[in-house]
Design a protein around this ligand. Structure first.
Ligand code: PGA
Ligand code: ZN
Length: 427
């Protein structure tokens, strides 16, 4: 018997940042080590994602997870009993085989990803090291550059504006700590500007300010002014990053901007966005066109991909095969890596590796429904990811992750650094 033999997999129903039930898993090993993780949940999901198993029916809008928790405590617990937590690939392969569906709908992507992450934590605990160190080894020293939301829109704010995330990236920051300091200043300045304009109405799902704007461009103008008001130089020190999440307001190459009551085809949306790239200090654009608009994504990347990072989220759904196809077709130049889109750590890692091998960007990301779980920060550092997206700079399900990065930076010590500027398309 090895120290890393799994003795018990326990599922538990806990609550997320939207007040919805979610799945927590605790993995106990033979020598006493324990690992724990909680599944996050999306709201603007890609159709190709691993499916969360939800109970349906009346309770909690159908979002309850008693069936997924049962799957952990029965089938998954039996299957993994006696397995070696040290072998993540074998654990994840066993979960995939036990589920047996293409979209993980039997056990649930929520049950599977929480189990997969809890196993990783248990194996790290058995080794007596944090997960980032277990994954990255003694040479791990790169902190991811934060991508942080200032205004939240789209599906996270009742579609008050069409664009889902208005974010900043502290491109000129010397280190992780400074990136957070600068972002905090921008966040506070944006809140003060909203308040003095009589437009402060609380925050959206990921902690960014609720967007009381007449146009999408008004939000961009306000963001530039907030960066300046924070005493920082737009573009040089703090740049703008957008998640358009276009699948939420269009399909079949036809888009509808609700706020401005404008209908656009694929070329029209591309022209609007490339126009923004001319006028605003934008360095990254996620899901500029819908997940089913591959021709549009290819055209946008041809037009803008030399200057800015073009991230595939709904289109790539953390799937290595899709990443490889997109690399061939030049349909974007970076992947968003959300472990629960894949359903296991092994599959998420494969998508990450496929992107990095091609010189693409790879942004490890949280979901709009989150908890105190900080696993993604450990994955980002352990895998050597260049960027991390967690939502805004408010509310503890977000701050837990930014703060974990500070602790990891301190543990790494004087060698801790952000990726070199040359690692980014804007470098
Ligand atoms: P979600 O969206 O977590 O609500 O799916 C986040 C994103 O689109 O990046
Ligand atoms: Zn997205």
């Amino acid at each position: 018997m090895t120290d890393t033999e799994i003795h018990d997999v326990r599922g538990r129903r806990v609550w997320d940042s939207r007040g919805r039930p979610t799945v927590e898993v605790e993995v106990h090993l033979s020598a006493g080590a324990v690992g724990r993780a909680i599944a996050p949940a999306g709201a603007s999901t890609g159709s190709g994602e691993a499916m969360d198993l939800r109970d349906g029916g009346e309770a909690f809008g159908g979002y309850d997870v008693r069936r997924a928790v049962n799957a952990v405590n029965s089938e998954i617990d039996s299957e993994l009993f006696g397995a070696d937590a040290d072998d993540q690939d074998a654990i994840d392969a066993a979960l995939i085989a036990l589920d047996g569906t293409p979209n993980k709908s039997k056990l649930g992507g929520n049950a599977m990803v929480a189990t997969s992450m809890a196993v990783a934590h248990a194996a790290a605990a058995a080794e007596g090291v944090p997960l980032w160190r277990r994954l990255g080894g003694i040479r791990a020293h790169t902190l991811p550059l934060p991508e942080i939301q200032i205004f939240g829109g789209g599906a996270h704010a009742g579609r008050r504006v069409d664009v889902q995330d208005f974010m900043v990236i502290a491109v000129g920051a010397a280190d992780y700590e400074e990136a957070l300091d600068w972002t905090a200043r921008v966040y506070i300045a944006a809140g003060e500007k909203m308040a003095s304009a009589g437009k402060l109405q609380g925050v959206a799902d990921e902690g960014g300010f609720w967007p009381v704007f007449d146009t999408n461009e008004a939000a961009l103008d306000m963001l530039v002014r907030a960066i300046e008001a924070a005493g920082l130089i737009p573009g040089d020190q703090v740049a703008i990053s957008l998640d358009i999440a276009a699948s939420e307001f269009g399909s079949g190459g036809q888009y509808r901007l609700g706020l401005e009551e404008r209908a656009l085809d694929s070329d029209g949306l591309t022209d609007m966005l490339t126009g923004w790239l001319e006028r605003y200090p934008i360095v990254s654009v996620e899901d500029p066109l819908g997940e089913d608009d591959e021709a549009g994504l290819i055209a946008f990347t041809a037009a803008a991909g030399e200057r800015v990072q073009v991230i595939g989220d709904d289109y790539l759904v953390t799937n290595a095969d899709r990443v490889r196809t997109a690399i061939e077709k030049r349909a974007c130049n970076a992947v968003l890596v959300k472990p629960n889109q894949a359903g296991t750590l092994t599959e998420a890692r494969a998508a990450f590796d496929a992107a990095m091998a091609a010189g693409w960007g790879a942004v490890v990301s949280a979901r709009s429904g989150e908890t105190e779980d900080v696993t993604i920060v450990h994955l980002a550092v352990g895998w050597g990811a260049y960027q991390l997206k967690v939502g805004s700079f408010a509310r503890s399900e977000r701050m837990a992750k930014w703060n974990e990065g500070l602790r990891i930076a301190e543990a790494i010590g004087k060698n801790a650094s952000l990726p070199p500027a040359g690692a980014f398309p804007w470098g």
